[in-house]
Design a protein. Structure first.
Length: 318
C-alpha cells in the first residue's frame, strides 16, 4: 500500500525536508516530490504497527500538525498513481483509500490519468474515449493506433489501475520550486509580474548550476482566503534559459485573468527535470537569443563568485 502525503501549499518550503524525515520514522521507503508532496510505501509498516492505511495516515497527520503545524491530505492506494489521484480528491483532515481501483477510476475523465495531457485527451475524446472506463474497455490495439505503441500500452495499463512505477527512496528531485509571499494583499499586476521574474530567474540559475533542464512550469497562486489556483504548461523544448522560463511564467499568469484578485503569494515549480547534456536545443538565426545566453552564462559566473544578488534584472534592482 502506498501513501501520497500532500502538504498545504502555504507550508514553508524549508520545512519540507523535516516532514519527509517524519515519514521516514514509519517506513524507510519514502520518495520526496518537492515542494509539498511525498510518496511512502507502507506495506511493511502496516504489518509492523498493526494498523490499517487510514489509521496509519491519521497518526502521520496528527504528528505533522503537532510537531510542525503542517496540515496535509493523504491518499492511499495499491500503487503511486492511485495514491496520487486519491490525494488530489481527499478532503482536509481525511484519508481517501482506494480499495477498488476499477470502481474508483471508471467514471473519471481520461485527463485524470497520469501521463495524459491535453493533446492526448483531445485525441481520445475525438473517438469517444472521454472517460477512464471507456479507455479501459477499448482494445489495446485501438489505443496503440491512436497514440502510439508504447504510449498506448501505458495508457491501457493505467486505465486498468496498473502503475509499475516504484517508490524510490532518495531519488533525484524531479522538480524545483521557488515561492514569494507578499506582506499584504497584492492587487498590482506589475508587482506580481516582478515576483514572477524573480522566481523564474532563481529557478533558471538553480537549474543551470545543477546542469539540469526542465520540461514544464507550474504556477500556483495563493489568495487572501488561503485558496489556491494552479496552472501548468509544457515548454517548447527542455530548457534552463531564463528568458524562456520568464515568458512561460508570464503566459501562465495571464491565463488566470486575475484582474483585481487579492494575491498573497506566488509559487513557480520547474517540473520534468533532466540532465542538460541530454537536452536538444533548436538552433536559430536570431543573434539576440545567442547573445542573451552568453550574457546569462557570464551572470551565472558572477553570481557564483559574488553571491546571488551580484547581478539581477534591472526591474528587480529598483
Amino acid at each position: 500500500m502506498i501513501l501520497c502525503v500532500r502538504f498545504r501549499p502555504e507550508t514553508p518550503e524549508p520545512l519540507f525536508p523535516r516532514l519527509v524525515d517524519l515519514l521516514g520514522e514509519f517506513t524507510p521507503v519514502v520518495e520526496a516530490a518537492p515542494p509539498h508532496e511525498a510518496l511512502a510505501d507502507v506495506r511493511g509498516a502496516l504489518r509492523y504497527f498493526g494498523r490499517t492505511p487510514a489509521e496509519l495516515a491519521a497518526v502521520i497527520r496528527v504528528r505533522a500538525l503537532a510537531l510542525y503545524g503542517a496540515d496535509c491530505v493523504i491518499g492511499a492506494g495499491p500503487n503511486p498513481m492511485l495514491a496520487r489521484m486519491a490525494a488530489r480528491e481527499a478532503r482536509p483532515g481525511l484519508t481517501l483509500t482506494v480499495d477498488d481501483p476499477a470502481a474508483f477510476l471508471r467514471d473519471r475523465p481520461v485527463v485524470a490519468l497520469d501521463g495524459v495531457g491535453r493533446t492526448t485527451a483531445r485525441t481520445l475524446c475525438g473517438y469517444g474515449l472521454d472517460s477512464v472506463g471507456r479507455v479501459a474497455d477499448a482494445p489495446l490495439a485501438v489505443l496503440q493506433r491512436l497514440v502510439g505503441a508504447k504510449a498506448g500500452r501505458d495508457l491501457w495499463e493505467r486505465a486498468q489501475g496498473i502503475d509499475r512505477t516504484p517508490v524510490v527512496p532518495n531519488a533525484a528531485a524531479r522538480s524545483l520550486a521557488a515561492e514569494r509571499s507578499f506582506p499584504y494583499d497584492e492587487l498590482d499586476r506589475a508587482a506580481q509580474r516582478r515576483a514572477l521574474l524573480s522566481l523564474a530567474t532563481e529557478l533558471g540559475t538553480r537549474l543551470r548550476t545543477g546542469s539540469q533542464v526542465c520540461r514544464s512550469l507550474a504556477l500556483t497562486v495563493r489568495y487572501a482566503d488561503r485558496s489556491t489556483t494552479s496552472r501548468s504548461r509544457t515548454l517548447p523544448e527542455p530548457t534552463a534559459h531564463g528568458t524562456a522560463l520568464t515568458a512561460l511564467a508570464y503566459a501562465l499568469h495571464d491565463s488566470l485573468g486575475l484582474q483585481r484578485a487579492r494575491v498573497r503569494g506566488l509559487a513557480l515549480r520547474a517540473e520534468g527535470l533532466g540532465p542538460a547534456e541530454r537536452a536538444a536545443h533548436q538552433l536559430t538565426f536570431d543573434p539576440a537569443d545567442e547573445k542573451a545566453r552568453r550574457i546569462e552564462a557570464v551572470a551565472d559566473r558572477a553570481r557564483a563568485k559574488f553571491g546571488p544578488r551580484a547581478i539581477v534584472p534591472g526591474s528587480l534592482a529598483a
